[in-house]
Design a protein around this ligand. Structure first.
Ligand SMILES: C[S@@+](CC[C@H](N)C(=O)[O-])C[C@H]1O[C@@H](n2cnc3c(N)ncnc32)[C@H](O)[C@@H]1O
Length: 213
């Protein structure tokens, strides 16, 4: 099979999957920018992650369905700051920073946006652009998770929760171990809305411990 035929088949399969995907249909109906919204909704329905939350940092927020969901959950009086490499169409009530979260300049802008104050909830759906080299991709993915945990150690309130997308790989156990040192409970979850073909899972890190920075 030629590369072109292979590519056309992949595109066809994607279109077929999109047209038949119940979460894609719901997202359209409910006004969300992507089906990812329902992953976050599931975490809220099962674990109440937005309970008593007034401030949220959304890392890797584009196209914006998690920020939209956060806005619907916490309302206009709350504070939501989103960060992404890509541009994002504005969402009412969400402050957006375009930049690379691995860069100091982006972190500085984020800290300014939150007035250097600790927030109630950190959510990260960041996924590195895949190079196709498995080990390199795993290391880059793990590095993003480490940076999110590092951010949470400094800027998540004690008792606060953090939800992080993580891909299975050689670093997985050590990331879970680090998270368990920081949080009272760390659950490894794959929401129903996450495609079974994807190796993504989520670490739901609950109740940040007192003795963290
Ligand atoms: C799966 S998408 C997020 C979808 C989003 N949660 C939503 O509901 O619309 C992952 C995002 O992570 C972003 N991303 C990946 N690496 C990043 C980095 N180093 N800094 C900022 N954003 C990053 C990508 O640009 C991409 O938009």
């Amino acid at each position: 099979m030629t590369e072109k035929v292979k590519k056309n088949k992949t595109i066809k399969a994607w279109v077929h999957r999109q047209l038949n995907d119940v979460y894609v249909k719901d997202a359209k109906k409910d006004g969300f920018r992507s089906r990812a919204a329902y992953k976050l909704l599931e975490f809220d329905e099962n674990d109440g992650i937005f309970h008593n939350v007034k401030s949220v940092v959304d890392l890797g927020c584009a196209p914006g369905s998690w920020s939209q969901m956060a806005m619907r959950k916490i309302g206009e009086s709350g504070k939501i700051v989103g960060v992404d490499l890509l541009e994002m169409h504005p969402i009412y009530g969400v402050e957006f920073i375009q930049g690379d979260f691995t860069e100091q300049e982006t972190l500085d802008r984020l800290l300014q946006a939150i007035d250097h104050k600790k927030v109630d909830l950190v959510i990260s759906d960041m996924a590195p652009n895949l190079s196709g080299i498995k080990t390199a991709d795993q290391v880059r993915g793990a590095y993003l998770v480490e940076l999110v945990l590092d951010f949470a150690s400094g800027y998540l309130k004690v008792g606060g929760n953090c939800l992080i997308k993580v891909f299975h790989g050689s670093e997985f156990d050590s990331l879970v171990k680090t998270a368990r040192e920081m949080f009272q409970q760390v659950l490894i979850r794959k929401p129903d809305a996450s495609r079974s073909s994807s190796s993504e899972t989520y670490l739901l890190c609950k109740h940040k411990k007192q003795n963290m920075v």
